[in-house]
Each structure stands twice: as structure tokens, then as C-alpha cells.
Design a protein around this ligand. Sequence first.
Ligand SMILES: CC(=O)[C@@H](O)[C@H](O)COP(=O)(O)O
Length: 263
Amino acid sequence: MKFYGEELSSRLFLGTAQYPSPAILQDAIKVSRAEVITVSLRRETTGGTGAAFWDLLRDLGCRILPNTAGCHSVQEAVTTAQMAREIFGTPWIKLEVIGHGDSLQPDVFGLVEAAKILTDDGFQVFPYTTDDLVVGEKLIDAGCEVLMPWGAPIGSGQGLRNPDALRAMRAHFPDVPLVVDAGIGRPSDAAEAMELGMDAVLLNTAVAKAGDPVQMARAMAGAVDAGRDGFQADPMERRDMAVPSTPVLGLAEFGPEFGGEFE
Ligand SMILES: CC(=O)[C@@H](O)[C@H](O)COP(=O)(O)O
């Protein structure tokens, strides 16, 4: 699967925040087989423990996808993206422009505006957006080659709140890489996203806040693989009625001595 021309074999993108310890973060990323990890510039500092954190991430050998988490305006997001490019030396940016404090819902107007500024400036933008077709179109018009619709509010672990909308996005953007970002709580949520035909899943809290983050990272990796396999295997249609799965041919027939009607 290619994202901005970059071939990836893992379809699980992992966040790096809120882990109980740096060692657990490292182990979780290793067992997840994630090739892309996202890092918040706003939440870490570049001096003191921040520098050690960057070193730890670099040692993992993953591709870094810096993000603008915590940015509530276009200017804040653009400035943060520019700083991230300098620090990490990558044109990739996961663009978040938050519009609503409680739900952390994206400000889709600011998002499109910031995406246009950044793509014009040479960035390769991964926009965290709602599952809205029209907004998706505007983001593509702004130069985005990937869309990241939300599954549910960030950190909520609610799973996919609107699978129909994601299905519609898949149908409407058959050739655009779609990554479900945020709200995944359980491996079954990740599998469901992949079964809908999403190209990848980005998650953080579900692993970082699990009782055993390393085991959960492994479970998420397996779920993403299983969901992808399931999608590609072309699942059967759901049916309203039961249909016997055992053939009638070859059933035992009983004569009258056993109460049957055959001799
Ligand atoms: C780390 C990051 O980028 C998150 O903001 C992302 O959106 C994942 O959300 P969850 O923590 O809900 O998985």
C-alpha cells in the first residue's frame, strides 16, 4: 500500500502518547509491526526529556508522521507543521485543526484552509477529518492525497460510530488511501474498519491505556491483518432467513418399523 508514494507493508499506524513508560512504548511499537508512528510536537519538548524521547523514536526505525494535535487555529497548525518539518526532516504531516473542545471534532473549514497552505508549501498532508464526502472532496482539491476520517472522538474508544459513512467514503473515493483515525477502542473495531475496505487504521489510546499495552498492540496488529484479509476475501451477503448449511442429499431415510413412511 502506498501513501504519498511510500510503500508500506503494515496497515497499522500507532500513536506515541500516554504510554506508562518509554520501555513499554518501545515494546508496543515493536510487536505492533507498525512502520509509521505519529508524534505530537505540541505535547513534547525538544529539550531535556523531549530530546531523549526523539532519540528513542528514531531508534525504532519507523517512519515519523508528526502531528498538529492540540492546534485550534489554522495559523497554529501551519506553524506547528513547519516546526515539525524542520525537526524531523519529513514533508509528512498529520493535520489536526480542532474545532470543538469537548468532542475534539475537527474544524473542517480551518482544516481545508490549512491543508491548502501546507500542500502549496510542499507538505504531504494526512488530514484528520470527519467522515463527510464534501469535506473529503475539498481536501482532495486542496492537494491532499490521503484522507483520515474519524471513527469516533479522539480518546473515546467508542469504535466506529458511523460505519455507513465510512462505507460511503470508500465507495466515493475508491482510489484515495483512507485511514480511520481516532476512537478505536478494541481490536474488533480495528478489524471492522479494515473489513469496510479502509486502507489503514491509526490508533493510540486503545494501546497506550490498555492494562497490557504490549499485548494490546499485538492484538491490534492481528486484527488489522484479519480485517484486511476478510475484506479481500469478499464476505458473503447477510441473509434475513436461515439457510441450511448441511446438504439434504444423503440424509438417512427410515422405514415404517421406525415410524417412517418408506419401505
Ligand atoms: C496520537 C494521535 O494522533 C491521536 O490524536 C489520534 O487521533 C488517535 O486517536 P485515539 O487515541 O482515539 O486512537
